[in-house]
Design a protein around this ligand. Structure first.
Ligand SMILES: C[S@@+](CC[C@H](N)C(=O)[O-])C[C@H]1O[C@@H](n2cnc3c(N)ncnc32)[C@H](O)[C@@H]1O
Ligand SMILES: O=C(O)C(=O)C[C@]1(C(=O)O)C=C[C@@H](O)C=C1
Length: 254
């Protein structure tokens, strides 16, 4: 019998208007005002997000191993956590969601409780740089590494690779930048058109752009691939790309 597929994340009940009126320039933070509107914000801001979430379920099902640990690092409201929960085919796996925003974790608890899948989920409000990882089969960083300071990324990925069992995998989704100035210009314009098509105004697009400039640091695909391999993964592939947003799969050999 075919199993029911989940919708793509928590319901987007509240519309994101955080940048709709002129605000004083301030770095973007995952605070309570962002957590309230986050399902709407991320769907309207990240091309492919609504495809990536259900595919995390499909990929998790392929790479999860019996009696192993699965992690969702930077889980926000639990969209990726729930996708993993539904993909894990073994009752003896653990699933841990981690986020250092208390506003996100509080709301995430609510969404996890509403979901009727029996696999227990542990939620931790902590820095993913501090999270203890071991015996992992599937780990997800769905648009989270981009917020980790670049100089701390190698250490985190090396810890993840070291904690991953042979045959296990990391799902890494990121906003990327491009080596070529021309491509950067075209992909950025297309991303902004995507936002415009989703109802964001020029003011919202430009204020959000300034707010994330110092906190969301994109890197090139080549830099990601090279670092994942040197961190200890054996194979790295891109399974999804839309404009300047990609999702990679980093696999440890059997
Ligand atoms: C774009 S959101 C992730 C979206 C989520 N994975 C999903 O699929 O809906 C990034 C999240 O990472 C969290 N985050 C960023 N840096 C972190 C860190 N060092 N430790 C823990 N969480 C972090 C933020 O609080 C935010 O909730
Ligand atoms: O790049 C942008 O314009 C975004 O809004 C992207 C992005 C992300 O990739 O995480 C930034 C912050 C929010 O988490 C939602 C979306």
């Amino acid at each position: 019998m075919s199993k029911p597929r989940r919708p793509s994340g928590p319901p987007a009940q509240l519309t994101d208007r955080l940048f709709a009126t002129e605000r004083r320039p301030e770095d973007f933070r995952f605070d309570a005002s962002v957590a309230r509107v986050f399902p709407d914000m991320i769907r309207r801001s990240v091309p492919g997000y609504t495809t990536i979430i259900p595919m995390i379920e499909v990929i998790t099902e392929q790479y999860a191993q019996a009696a192993s640990n699965c992690y969702d690092l930077g889980c926000s409201l639990g969209a990726s956590t729930l996708a993993m929960r539904h993909g894990i085919p073994y009752g003896d796996c653990t699933l841990t969601g981690v986020d250092n925003s208390s506003a996100m974790i509080e709301r995430c608890e609510h969404y996890i409780a509403l979901d009727d899948n029996p696999l227990p989920v542990s939620l931790r409000c902590e820095d993913i740089l501090e999270t203890e990882l071991n015996n992992a089969s599937v780990t997800t960083l769905n648009f989270t590494l981009q917020f980790v300071p670049p100089e701390k990324r190698t250490e985190l990925l090396t810890r993840i690779a070291g904690a991953t069992r042979p045959g296990g995998a990391l799902i890494l989704s990121e906003k990327i930048r491009f080596e070529s100035v021309e491509e950067q210009e075209v992909q950025t314009r297309l991303h902004h058109e995507f936002k415009r098509a989703n109802g964001y105004s020029d003011l919202e697009i430009s204020q959000k752009r300034s707010a994330i400039e110092q906190v969301l640091i994109p890197e090139t695909l080549a830099a990601h691939k090279q670092r994942l391999l040197s961190a200890g993964f054996d194979q790295v592939l891109v399974w999804y790309q839309c404009f300047n947003f990609v999702s990679m799969l980093a696999i440890r050999a059997d």
